[in-house]
Design a protein around this ligand. Sequence first.
Ligand SMILES: Nc1ncnc2c1ncn2[C@@H]1O[C@H](COP(=O)(O)OP(=O)(O)O)[C@@H](O)[C@H]1O
Ligand SMILES: [Mg+2]
Length: 329
Amino acid sequence: MVNMKIAFVGKGGSGKTTLSSLFIRHLAATAAPVVAVDADINQHLGAALGLDEAEAAGLPAMGERLGLIKDYLRGSNPRIASADTMIKTTPPGEGSRLLRVRESNPVYEACARTVELDGGAVRLMVTGPFTDADLGVACYHSKTGAVELCLNHLVDGPGEYVVVDMTAGSDSFASGMFTRFDITFLVAEPTRKGVSVYRQYKEYARDFGVALKVVGNKVQGQDDLDFLRAEVGEDLLVTVGHSNWVRAMEKGRPPRFELLEDANHRALRTLQSAADATYELRDWESYTRQMVHFHLKNAGNWGNERTGTDLAAQVDPGFVLSEGLVATA
Ligand SMILES: Nc1ncnc2c1ncn2[C@@H]1O[C@H](COP(=O)(O)OP(=O)(O)O)[C@@H](O)[C@H]1O
Ligand SMILES: [Mg+2]
């Protein structure tokens, strides 16, 4: 059993939310502990996990609880004077509080809700709806910042999964969010637009050792498959066709999960195997180095000016995030 942070990215409409939700249902059916995070511009993960409109609308937004999240994670870290000087890339250090998948903590109490699925329950957290301000370059208030902070303070243990439904936008590249995952599934339809998002992602990912795999979606036959193979090559992990199970679910009549088409069950197992196989590549030191890299970059680009402090001083040079760490605060 291994532990994994997994992102689903891709163009809007490609099927990120659909495939994230199926993967989350698959994990829940194996009784694995799961934290599901909706960081997509269009917040639909709750609905895809079976919540009705009122339940989905009632989910607490992480983006509105940034102060609480920062204050909790900051703990007694002497390098972070206040929540106001904590930006989305501020890395943990001595005194910071860390998050675990299975524990209960004030961040989950404020931001997570339990969703019952066939086979088990998962925790769901959502960024909250995006506004124009979230999509610009001014990163201070960004909704995904709440997710990035949580990922940077998360020590996931054996057999635990964090699944993030995420937009492949410029914000995630500027901030370093795209480097926070053990594996990234890029959902692509067999179209030129679908694969162009893949190329762009691959380009950003190249220098950061991001494990990127393409999941072809809405693939309808040999021609679609040939197209994806030709455009994506070895990065193509698996393809998914049109699912009547998904259609029924979207009509508000979700069949039991075991009734999902066999081919799609197989595809989900392939995703899990691919995710689990990246475990041995995990390197907490380089993971910590990368968060420091992006913190210094964001500090220089806008953070120092925005907070009026030298944010480089927040970096604790001796600190390495790892599974062995016990929160000190
Ligand atoms: N494999 C599939 N079978 C049936 N419908 C699908 C499939 N993948 C996506 N869809 C449908 O396509 C639409 C867009 O998918 P969605 O997951 O919301 O995309 P994204 O999150 O990437 O914007 C939804 O209505 C969804 O139900
Ligand atoms: Mg979506």
